[in-house]
Design a binder for this molecule. Sequence first.
Ligand code: FE
Length: 215
Amino acid sequence: MSSLSHDHDHDHDDDHDHAHPHDHVHSSLSDMEVRVRALETLLTQKGYIDPAAIDRIIETYETEVGPHNGAQVVAKAWAEPEFKAWLLKDATAAIASLGFTGRQGEHMVALENTSDQHNMVVCTLCSCYPWPILGLPPVWYKSAAYRSRTVLEPRKVLADFGVTLPESTRIRVWDSTAELRYLVLPKRPDGTEHLSQAELASLVTRDAMIGTALV
Ligand code: FE
C-alpha cells in the first residue's frame, strides 16, 4: 500500500509519457509502482477514489498510528491488574478507552501469553491486522509463507524468527478475520517491577504483539 503514498502529480503527465516513451523514462519506478499508479489513475478517473484521501489515510497510519499504540496498551495491562482484566474481557472497549479506535480495530480480542500458552496471530486469507494499535502490517505478515506455515508448523516459524519456547509451552495460532483482530499480550519480563509504564512500553515490540517475538 505504501507505494500509493508516492506523489501523484506524475499521473497527470501520463498521456505525454505514452506519446513519447523514450523522452521520459520512469526509471525510478518499479513495475509494481507503475501498475499501482495506472490502476489508481483509472479508478480516480472513474470516480471510485480520491487520491488525496488515500494519501491522508496512508500518512496517518505511517506516522501517527503504529506499534507504539499497542505498546501502551500492553504496558498498562502489565502495570494495572484491573486494566488487564478489562483488556482480556473486552479488548475493544479497554483499547478504545486509550483513544485507539478506528478501521480494522472495531472488534479486538487480547490473547495473554503465559508459561503454558504462547499465542501467534496470522491471517490465512489475506492480511487482516489491528491497524489502530499496530499500524500497517509488516511485509512478512502478508507473505504466503507466513500465512500458510504458521498454521502448519508454528514452532518452526517461531524458530525462524529466533524464538525458542519450551516444549511444555503450547502454541496456539489465531486466524484473523474481517470481523476479529487480535492483540497478543506478551509475558512481562522478570526484573521490570521498578519500571514506569512509559519504560515498560518501550520494551514492547510490534512482533511481540503479533506473537513472533518475546519481550
Ligand atoms: Fe485478512
